[in-house]
Write a protein that binds this ligand. Structure first.
Ligand SMILES: [Zn+2]
Ligand SMILES: [Zn+2]
Length: 302
């Protein structure tokens, strides 16, 4: 009898804890549009990103001087975003990041399980994003991993994973802009940016239509790198230190992000992981970036 009461009390406590965690839970989604050059994103205002520029931007904040200041390639760029420190790693999928990813920080601090995190990508070589080689963290704290091929199929996967598993920290890669850019197909490249733009809108609608995520989620949209400007070879490739390769977009919307904000001060990819740490209350001791929320409030508005 006594055991039964004890068991019932324990069950009640457990349920209370679950409800509390859900109620106070916040979520962060980082979406990387692979290899879009600033001149075709915010540099062109609504021309190729009508949904973000016209509909979402007034509800969120944009950064107009956001940069990849290191290696302007896919694996280094994505790895820097999730670790908050420049990652000088191989670009073919052979190297993992050398410092902890935000998944490892989050899981170690919160005891959250693997399914509470998600890497959802369109390039196989990005399976290196699930965990780092840091001996204090690593595989034990890895993220769940999902692979698809185009922006559309990645988005379908994102939809299913978010609805079914409700991960709290998510890193998404949309591959198509980069893949079509490398084919030297200018119209295809622009049209891929438009598709990615409409999928960002669809993702935000999905977040706001799900009670787990609604009003408790911060969405960041950025790039791993840009593409060469016309003086350095043009849009079909990337990888150098030219302005086209370095200057990228950053947009944020949702929890803790002011509406109509525009930050003109310089920021880099290293700032995203520590900001995710502040939003989800986990420490990020090996990052070198700054919390992006600190100077949003001081910035002018549109
Ligand atoms: Zn890339
Ligand atoms: Zn370049």
């Amino acid at each position: 009898m006594r055991n039964k009461i004890l068991l019932r009390n324990l069950l009640a406590l457990f349920l209370l804890a679950v409800v509390s965690i859900a109620a106070f839970g916040q979520n962060v989604v980082v979406l990387v549009i692979d290899g879009a050059r600033y001149s075709e994103t915010f540099g062109a205002k609504a021309a190729y990103m009508p949904d973000i520029w016209t509909t979402l931007r007034p509800k969120g904040t944009i950064w107009t001087d956001f940069r990849n200041d290191s290696i302007t390639k896919t694996d280094p760029g994505h790895s820097t975003i999730e670790t908050g420190i420049w990652q000088n790693i191989d670009n073919s999928g052979l190297d993992r990041p050398h410092q902890p990813t935000f998944f490892e920080y989050f899981r170690k601090a919160s005891l959250a399980d693997e399914q509470s995190t998600a890497v959802i990508v369109g390039k196989k070589k990005l399976d290196i994003l699930t965990y780092s080689t840091d001996p204090e963290y690593g595989k034990e704290y890895r993220s769940a991993f999902y692979l698809d091929s185009s922006d559309m199929s990645v988005f379908t996967r994102v939809k299913n994973v978010l609805i079914q598993k409700h991960p709290r920290l998510v890193l998404i890669n949309f591959p198509s802009v980069d893949i079509i850019g490398h084919k030297n197909d200018w119209n295809g490249y622009l049209s891929a940016i438009k598709t990615a733009d409409s999928l960002v809108q669809a993702l935000w609608n999905l977040i706001q239509s799900d009670s787990f995520y609604r009003n408790s989620t911060t969405l960041f949209v950025t790039n791993d790198h840009g593409r060469h400007d016309d003086e350095h070879g043009g849009f079909s490739n990337h990888g150098c230190s030219c302005e086209g390769c370095r200057h990228i977009m950053l947009f944020a919307i949702g929890r803790n992000i002011p509406a109509g904000g525009v930050v003109t001060a310089k920021h880099t990819q290293c700032d995203i992981a520590p900001t995710a740490g502040v939003l989800l209350s986990f420490p990020t001791p090996k990052t070198i970036g700054m919390n992006l929320l600190l100077d949003i409030s001081n910035s002018p508005k549109y």
